[in-house]
Design a protein around this ligand. Sequence first.
Ligand code: ATP
Ligand code: MG
Length: 603
Amino acid sequence: MQLFQYRLLFALNLNGWSLYNVLRHAWRITSRETNLKDTPVITQPIAPIAPAANFIRNIIDEDNRIGKWGGRVETRFPPEPNGYLHIGHAKSICLNFGLARDYGGVCHLRFDDTNPEKEEQEYVDAILESVKWLGFDWGRNLHYASDYFDKLYEFAEHLINRGQAYVDSLTAEEIRALRGTLTEAGENSPYRERSIAENLDLFRRMKAGEFADGAHVLRAKIDMSSPNINLRDPVIYRIRRAHHHRTGDKWCIYPMYDYTHCISDALENITHSICTLEFEDHRPLYDWVLDQLQDVVPCHPQQIEFARLNLTYTVTSKRKLMELVAGGFVEGWDDPRMNTLVGVRRRGYTPESIRLFAERIGVSKADSWIDMSVLEDCLRQDLNERAPRRIAVLKPLKLIIDNYPKDSEEECLAPNHPQKPEWGKRAVPLSRIIYIEHDDFMEIPAKGYFRLSPGAEVRLRYAYIVKCVNVVKGASGEIEEIHCTYDPDTKSGTAGAETRKVKGNIHWLSASHAHPAEVRLFDRLFSDPHPDAGGKDYRAFLNPHSKEIISAYLESVLSEVQPEELFQFERHGYFIADRVETKPGKPVFNRAVTLRDSWGKST
Ligand code: ATP
Ligand code: MG
């Protein structure tokens, strides 16, 4: 009953879903056995919904109806360049840029670069590339919070002059000790009543570099007894002698995020400042700062919060992703198992699949977990349409067709896409010795196994029916090769092919034509659906089988692929030519996703 309530609550929270969709999918929403078990998980793909209404669109529609912004819609995506973007950021990018696109507005890309110790140009470059890769264009609206350092400083003096900011000389620990708790009010700093003149003098000397790091801070003078801790005289400037990747050593004081963010929004004339739910409690501070500065900033954007993306089997935190890289748990930010945008790109995700995912999961104010299978299914849906079919034998077993003429070969025709005859067919050579998948042979067939076994018949896809007549084993009993005979009257596409039906239909490659290649079979990076929930150490849940490197055989046409070319390897899944390691004549393939979701199920 309780579970049902959660499902219903969650369903009702998905703004913009039709009741039909809600009911259709409510049964698919399940709960997980963790300390987050009350948080719903969406486990199954949801039918694509045209740009769905949601509570943010409702706000914009209402604003437009009453003419609040004169019909203008200006959003922004404000990453901090302290790491690579992850799939959670993609949700925010698709939301902000998507709203701008749909309402004929613009979306700014703004680097929130107020923390020089952690920020680097490398991250700026990677973020620019990832947003572009996702298919979005910021046009002329590329901004940096650091562009506003002069203005931010000027506004800070403005606050001091109005008696709304003061220089505090307590240490960070002392400030923390006086801040109070959720249940107790804070206490005023002994420096709170400094005169405007003294505050101005000290602040200017802070800027001039007269004091050591940490000697003073500038605080907004709001209310130390506010029930909202963010309003208890938040620090808005600190002294930090750090080289900034854009402003160099010009500044030794840097503004804090909360102070910077709202002013940057206002200076850029943003209309709707969309952020994740953890900033809900910061909204009063956002509004307070802009209210005080209304004479000097051009507008007062509306902050709107939405639920961040939580995706099962991953961690969506730059800090944790950075720890995975630094700790050598993965091979870099673009390791295909990482949920960074550079990682999923290398894995074989397409921008279209990620945009589809963002559409499907929608936007709400209710925290939830989205199951990884939803993301994977979006990729399958996209690649099913666009990926040409090819043949690869991943775990080869040699098969000799005893009655096939030696030194002979012939062409078999394989469609490039079974549902798109206009894509044509290609020739796949057949000869006497071929490779089949090891899994397609069982010496003692299990019940319901219709592939090859001694005495059994299968069709070699696009070729002939073969019958297994012998099995050759090595000294230790392992199967080395199998021998078959073929029926020359059964070639696919000929009249005789239809006369005899067999249940098994397996793929193969001619041994003398197949091209050997490295293939990486990736799987989920974590084996726990909520690896970092409830303060768990996510590193304890790394999936030891997340990467398997194999030597496979590919159709010879695949020897000359371009990096990032995508294919379906028949019966296996979707694979991409690795963008870093594929070289002419030497493809390296990454498995993006299997054909079906078999995760956690024994197959
Ligand atoms: P992280 O915790 O991973 O460092 P962050 O929020 O600190 O994330 P920012 O660079 O500040 O990273 O994020 C830029 C924007 O992306 C912010 O508006 C933030 O709200 C949004 N964002 C970050 N993570 C998610 C997520 N999981 N789902 C949706 N939006 C997100
Ligand atoms: Mg942040």
